[in-house]
Structures are given as C-alpha cells and as structure tokens.
Design a protein around this ligand. Structure first.
Ligand code: URA
Length: 245
C-alpha cells in the first residue's frame, strides 16, 4: 500500500496532510527517512512520525448477521463460530466481535479491530441502545411489568442482587400463550434479555438483535449469514453513539 494512504488510514491526518508530513522528512520507515508519499509499505513495517511509532493497523468495520446456532467466538474446535463467516483474506486483521450474542441468538453483530470503539460500544457508560426482537411463551405483558422494566429493577436469579438498568419493552402481538415483543437495552449483561423475560415468568424461544445504535438488520432471519463492511453512515452512527469524533 502507498505510504500516504497507510498513514491516512491510520488516522494520522488527511491524505494531503500526511503527504506534507512525508515530504517534510518527518516520516521514517524501518529507520530510514522516506520523503516519497507513493513509497510502497505494509502494515508490518515500523513507521514513525517525529520519532514516535504510528499505529498502522488499518481500522476495519463489518456487520455480521449472526445465524442461530453460531458461537460468538473467533475459534472453536467443535461448533460453528463467527470466524467461519470472515473471509480468509481478513484473517490477519485482528478482527473480533463487539460483545457477544448467545449461541441461539441471531442478528446484528459488529466485527472490528478498533479496540477503542469496541470498548465504548460495550460500556454501560455510553448507553448505546440495542433492540432485540423476542418470541416468548408465557402470559401477556401487563402494564405494571412494563413500568417496572422502564424504571429498572433488581434481579436475584444468580443468588445475588444485580441492578437491571431502565429498558423499554414494547409488546407486538400475543395469542395462545405465545407472543412477540421488542426490548431496548442500553447495557449488555450476560443473557440479559432472557433473564428479564424469565423474571416475569416468560420463556424466550427465539431471540434476534435487530438494531444497534440505529444500525438495523431485517426482523426476519432471511439475511442471516450476511457479512459486509459497514457503510460510512453506519460507522458515523457508532462514533456518534460513543462520543468518538
Ligand atoms: N440478551 C440475551 O439474553 N441474549 C443475547 O444473546 C443478547 C442479549
């Protein structure tokens, strides 16, 4: 890759900005000053600007619509995992999923090597909204249960008290002991959706994450298995939601 493109991709500056830095003699590649912006370099070269190393790992952002029956892991000896959906030419890019969806949850998973963004998307501090579509068995949702979820409540299903942050439950349809509802969470405790439903004596039979920070996948599972780069507008939604300029 061209030196100017690699440096611009790494966030050091704009393409014209980094060209000035290079022609000004401030950039070294493997200890040698390089003043030609079109010089060919790779991510494994040691590149410094003003004597400080530049992190040249190109940041990559993808969306996987995870199918049911796939482990949120980059390696597993026995079970299908999200790494199986990542093309082999990206295997060296240090990509990993942001947070995790249960083996039996389908839907939107961000895959990136941007550690700071990944950290912020998972931190409860930024309250990034995630919307789940749940199919459940049990009684119809009552107004007081929806209000409790909206206020936040304490759960003790693991033998100790845990605070569940305020969330939004929207019933969609119900009949013959089964129904569907949307649940919007702004934190990501393990199995949180299933645990919230269980707290109200409802069993989740199907779960799909359909939205994260305004990025959407379809409600039906027809697009499961899709792996694609994020669009610019989608990346902006993630950066806006996490206060990254
Ligand atoms: N909550 C759950 O219960 N499961 C998931 O996969 C995600 C959120």
């Amino acid at each position: 890759m061209r030196l100017d493109r690699l440096l611009a991709n790494s966030g050091l500056g704009t393409r014209s900005g980094v060209r000035d830095m290079i022609s000004g003699g401030g950039v070294e590649v493997n200890g040698t000053v390089v003043t030609d912006p079109s010089a060919h370099v790779s991510e494994s070269d040691l590149i410094t600007y003003g004597g400080s190393p530049v992190n040249c790992q190109t940041k990559l952002y993808y969306l996987l619509d995870k199918p049911d029956g796939v482990l949120t892991a980059m390696e597993d000896k026995r079970l299908p995992c999200v790494a199986d959906y990542i093309p082999s030419e990206l295997k060296s890019k240090k990509l990993s999923p942001v947070g995790r969806l249960d083996y039996h949850t389908s839907g939107l998973l961000i895959i990136t090597n941007d550690g700071e963004l990944s950290h912020r998307l998972q931190s409860p501090k930024y309250k990034v909204p995630k919307i789940y579509l749940a199919t459940f068995r049990g009684l119809e949702w009552r107004e007081n249960e929806i209000a409790t979820i909206s206020s936040g409540f304490t759960i003790k299903d693991k033998g100790y008290s845990e605070q569940i942050a305020s969330a939004k439950l929207e019933p969609l349809d119900f009949g013959s002991g089964t129904g569907r509802a949307l649940l919007t969470l702004t934190e990501g405790k393990t199995h949180e959706v299933r645990r919230i439903f269980a707290h109200f004596n409802k069993e989740v039979s199907e779960l799909r994450r359909i939205e994260l920070a305004g990025i959407k996948v379809s409600e039906d599972t027809g697009s499961c298995g899709t792996f694609r780069p994020l669009e610019e507008s989608e990346l902006k939604l993630l950066y806006d939601a996490t206060g990254m300029a």
